[in-house]
Ligand binder design. Structure first.
Ligand code: PLP
Length: 341
């Protein structure tokens, strides 16, 4: 197999064509066989529920070419399980875990020449999604669904290495209601977050931070990423019914514990931001995005973590360890990698 002719070191995070995608159709109460195609478009009925009532959910994962040349998908099982939870949440049929895993592995294998070389900082991003496709104008779940998984090579989130960035608390916006769909990975939450995200970016921030929608007192999430703070050898991350359970966050908690940190998952009041030694966002795209400063313009307060671009020691350590596991440079004590033979 010859690698695709790409400049691996200048990849960003944008859509790129690869050779194949894998599809699976749900009809008459059952999932059909996996289909491999090179078609990039979907032919969807204009009255499909995904277009009108937001019946759509997705996942995001990465595959890596290891030091030993083997291909590893990081936390494939966790992604399969989370997609089932999302499907339950918006009345879509769940896809059996084994079928999901088979579809993802097949798609990665079929596009093997797009998996970046070990020496590059790039990886293969995997995007599974599911949509309701049957025509339905009354507000009801669809009877038919399409599952698609496509992949694309992406560059490192931070091209020049980790850089702390400022974030802003957007008190004028919520991304999810307290008992709403915030805990599911559905497109609707993203539609609800676009305006605040755009305003935050325009004002020079890397992301909007959302407070809990009910009391506006606790930290929920940082844009499309979870939040954590470090204080007194403790990893502290919000517990809330309206945040998306980040698999990266769960992985970091396990690593933190293994490194001897205490882990606390509980409501985090905004005032506690003043006490953290390090603060960061976490998710598949960047693993860890350290935060330099958090502004709360409405209250006229700022919480500063670094002013000279220094990355905190725990952020660095956790980041290095998680990245090393993904690329097979160190043992994988939790069995997180799915190796493709
Ligand atoms: C996907 C996502 C995350 C990060 O989850 P990971 O599994 O770590 O990639 C965090 N918040 C939201 C809203 C998300 O959609």
């Amino acid at each position: 197999m010859e690698l695709a002719n790409l400049d691996w070191n200048s990849l960003g995070f944008g859509y790129l064509d690869t050779d194949y995608n894998v599809r699976c159709y749900y009809k008459d109460g059952a999932w059909g066989p996996l289909e491999v195609t090179d078609k990039k478009t979907l032919d969807v009925h204009m009255a499909a529920t995904c277009l009108h009532y937001g019946q759509e959910c997705f996942e995001g994962m990465k595959a890596f070419r290891g030091k030993d040349g083997r291909i590893r998908i990081f936390r494939l099982l966790a992604g399969a399980e989370r997609m089932q939870t999302s499907c339950h949440g918006i009345l879509m049929p769940v896809m059996p875990v084994e079928l999901f895993k088979e579809a993802v592995k097949l798609c990665v294998k079929k596009n093997e020449r797009f998996i970046p070389p070990y020496e590059s900082e790039a990886s293969l991003y995997i995007r599974p999604l599911m949509i309701g496709t049957s025509s339905q104008v009354g507000v009801k779940p669809a009877k038919e669904y399409t599952f698609v998984v496509f992949v694309m090579p992406v560059g490192p989130y931070f091209k020049e290495g980790m850089v702390p960035t400022p974030m802003v608390i957007m008190r004028g916006y919520d991304r999810a209601a307290p008992l709403g769909t915030g805990k599911f990975k559905v497109g609707g939450n993203y539609a609800a977050s676009l305006m605040s995200g755009e305003l935050a970016h325009k004002a020079g921030y890397s992301a909007a931070i959302y407070l809990d929608a009910k009391e506006k007192k606790y930290i929920d999430e940082c844009g499309p990423a979870n939040f954590f703070g470090i204080r007194d050898n403790t990893y502290i991350t919000p517990k809330s019914e309206s945040i998306l359970p980040s698999i990266t966050n769960r992985s970091l908690q396990a690593l933190a514990e293994k490194m001897g940190l205490k882990v606390e998952c509980r409501p985090v009041p905004e005032d506690e931001l003043a006490t953290f030694e390090e603060a960061a966002a976490c998710g598949t795209a960047a693993v860890i995005s350290p935060i330099s400063r958090i502004d709360d313009p409405v209250r006229g307060v700022s919480y500063t973590y670094t002013t000279d671009g220094t990355v905190g020691p725990w952020c660095r350590k956790l980041y290095d360890e998680l990245c090393a596991i993904r690329k097979g440079e160190v043992p994988d004590p939790f069995g997180w990698n799915e190796i493709i033979e």
